[in-house]
Design a protein around this ligand. Structure first.
Ligand SMILES: Nc1ncnc2c1ncn2[C@@H]1O[C@H](COP(=O)(O)OP(=O)(O)O)[C@@H](O)[C@H]1O
Ligand SMILES: [Mg+2]
Length: 225
């Protein structure tokens, strides 16, 4: 059996009195696509943020492969996020002042790539996502769907092992949302990246290999699709 690329064991997260995660166990295999669904406030975003090392857990462990990321310092987690993980959120995250190619190159430049190399790789990713003609546009100069594909190119450019997407289609119409998910899953599959998608959208959840339902900070249902 394949070892999980990412796993949470007994993960607890509180905000003051609010128990957002009440002991979550989850395993994600390399290249697997998982959707996390559930009512608003059930802990979906918190789970994603703790798995991604954005928020520290109060109890339990998160493993990337065999490495316990819950034991790393904030600086080490931050480095791990830049190298091993990619992020696609509902909106934002792209730098308004930078062009598409500069935005997509940013994670590569932060990881130490020379500018020329980063920009060249960014252009290739934009072409791959059907945005070859928009390399010089800024985020405010493209459509919502193009913006999300730009965000996908940026999330994938450094070849992360896991991509985290929180409501990636939340600001899009149904058709554009479906095209966006297709683009995300296609490039993720090509690079064998696992994908964890938090979504309200049934049509997005149907594209996952596994759907996990959250209720009150716990996993309520594990349905194989
Ligand atoms: N920064 C925060 N401060 C205090 N409470 C929070 C914060 N973020 C989330 N919560 C609470 O934690 C619970 C889980 O929230 P969240 O993970 O955002 O759920 P979901 O993404 O499923 O809507 C909710 O009760 C929410 O109100
Ligand atoms: Mg949320």
């Amino acid at each position: 059996m394949t070892e999980p690329i990412l796993a949470g064991r007994g993960v607890v997260k509180r905000y003051g009195e609010v128990v957002a995660l009440a002991g979550v166990d989850i395993s994600i295999r390399p290249g697997e696509v998982i959707a996390i669904v559930g009512p608003s406030g059930s802990g979906k975003s918190t789970l994603l943020h703790v798995l991604a090392g954005i928020l520290p857990a109060d109890d339990g462990e998160v493993f990337l492969g065999t490495q316990a990321i819950t034991r790393l310092t904030e600086t080490e987690r931050s480095k791990l996020r830049r190298t091993a993980f990619g992020f696609v959120f509902q909106s934002g995250m792209l730098v308004a002042e930078l062009t598409a190619e500069e935005n997509v190159a940013l994670p590569l430049l932060l990881a130490g790539a020379p500018r020329e190399k980063g920009i060249a790789a960014a252009r290739e990713w934009l072409v791959r996502l059907g945005l070859g003609g928009l390399a010089g546009r800024r985020p405010g100069e493209v459509s919502g769907g193009q913006l999300q594909r730009m965000a996908i190119a940026r999330a994938l450019a450094h070849r992360p092992r896991v991509i985290f997407a929180d409501e990636p289609t939340g600001a899009l119409d149904t058709r554009t949302g479906e095209e966006t998910i297709t683009a995300l899953l296609t490039v993720a599959q090509e690079t064998n990246a696992a994908v964890v998608i938090v979504t309200h959208d049934e049509s997005v959840a149907r594209r996952a290999q596994r759907v996990i339902e959250m209720r009150d900070g716990r996993i309520a249902v594990r349905a194989a699709v």
